[in-house]
Design a protein around this ligand. Structure first.
Ligand SMILES: Nc1ncnc2c1ncn2[C@@H]1O[C@H](COP(=O)(O)OP(=O)(O)O)[C@@H](O)[C@H]1O
Ligand SMILES: [Mg+2]
Length: 344
């Protein structure tokens, strides 16, 4: 059982504040993903949770106990890095056993734990090898195994899959989720990749410039983004943002805009072609055939560029015009400050 609370966490390096008052609660057994652009403070937050760095102010609580001044060695968190950080001259077994040997755990217990972890991670046949004799995915599994044998209160992952090729990343995502199911441990996973966040998280924390923009399930962030940043960051291809003045050109759409609407957000997958010629007219600029779907890059009458995902079977010539409507309940209104305005 392990919970985590961050209360008003601030972090400055010299005169520069990089984390600005972060509050967060992580429940026991949750898989939480911190996601945001490079430099937004993900690693800094994770390092403070691990005890590798310390907040300038604020409280970190693990299982209700304030751990601000407890160092990494005594905090009971295990961190897995992008770089694996394996000892090249040691075997897989010794890499996994090293931390336990340092902690003077009895040999029989070490052997039991390493073998259990190896079997969980399908490394049983590789225990005598050295890291150079392993694939990237196998090395990352050894790094995870080294975390598992310590039976940590919290697992902390800092972009652990970034060095792997695309196909392996996808299968490792599933493996990590499965591992989480089997261990039932509390895990915090950092990535800049929103697809990774969406596919893996119970709960996503979207960060920007050292602040939390929104916390929620993947579904909540996709369906109800609090602001234009989250709306644009979550979901691929990216949400289109259309000036309110453009939406007002369409009588039906324009009449539904809430007061104060600055931009309208419509995801590429949330357009429907109109059969009665009422709606928004656009010109097809370019298409990308994806099989089941076609990604259409188009231009609205005011010059705004938009992307639409349409049926792959629907042929569209470059330069053709077509009329579309945003799906009734799926578009969002954003104010000049970027905050979403609730629609009546
Ligand atoms: N040790 C440090 N000294 C000074 N600035 C740092 C240090 N570590 C991180 N930063 C700064 O803090 C910000 C957040 O960095 P980081 O947490 O590494 O971002 P992320 O992991 O989201 O890419 C960046 O602006 C970075 O330059
Ligand atoms: Mg980082």
């Amino acid at each position: 059982m392990s919970t985590l609370e961050l209360q008003k966490i601030e972090k400055s390096f010299d005169q520069t504040t990089v984390i600005h008052g972060v509050n967060l609660t992580v429940a026991d057994g949750e898989f939480v993903v911190f996601v945001g652009p490079s430099g937004c403070g993900k690693s800094t937050l994770l390092r403070m949770i691990a005890g590798l760095d310390f907040p300038t102010s604020g409280d970190i609580r693990i299982d209700g106990e304030t751990v601000n001044h407890i160092g990494a060695a005594d905090r009971g968190c295990a961190m897995v890095f992008q770089s694996y950080a394996l000892y090249p001259h040691m075997t897989v077994y010794d890499n996994m056993a090293f931390g336990l040997e340092n902690a003077r755990v009895p040999k029989a217990e070490i052997s039991k734990k390493v073998n259990e972890a190896a079997s969980l991670l399908r490394l049983d046949q590789l225990l005598a090898r050295r890291p150079t004799q392993l694939s990237g995915g196998q090395r990352q599994r050894v790094a995870i195994g080294r975390a598992i044998v310590r039976n940590p209160k919290l697992f902390l992952f800092d972009e652990p899959l970034s060095n792997l090729d695309a196909e392996l990343r996808v299968s490792m995502r599933a493996e990590l989720r499965e591992l989480h199911q089997r261990l039932g441990s509390t895990m915090i996973y950092v990535t800049h990749d929103q697809v990774e966040a969406m596919t893996m998280a119970d709960k996503i924390v979207v960060l920007r410039d050292g602040r939390i923009e929104q916390v929620g399930t993947p579904e909540a962030l996709y369906d109800h983004p609090d602001n234009a940043f989250v709306a644009g960051f979550i979901g691929s291809p990216r949400m289109n943002f259309i000036p309110a003045a453009m939406a007002q050109l369409d009588a039906a759409w324009g009449s539904q805009l809430p007061r104060g609407t600055h931009n309208v957000g419509v995801r590429p997958e949330h357009w429907v072609t109109s059969d009665d010629h009422t709606g928004v007219r656009l010109i097809a600029l370019r298409t990308e055939y994806l099989g089941a779907q076609r990604l259409l890059h188009a231009q609205l009458p005011d010059g705004t560029l938009v992307d639409l995902l349409i049926d792959g079977q629907m042929p569209i010539a470059v330069g053709a015009t077509l009329t579309v409507n945003p799906l009734a309940d799926r578009w969002h209104a954003f104010g000049a400050d970027g905050q979403r305005i609730a629609r009546a």
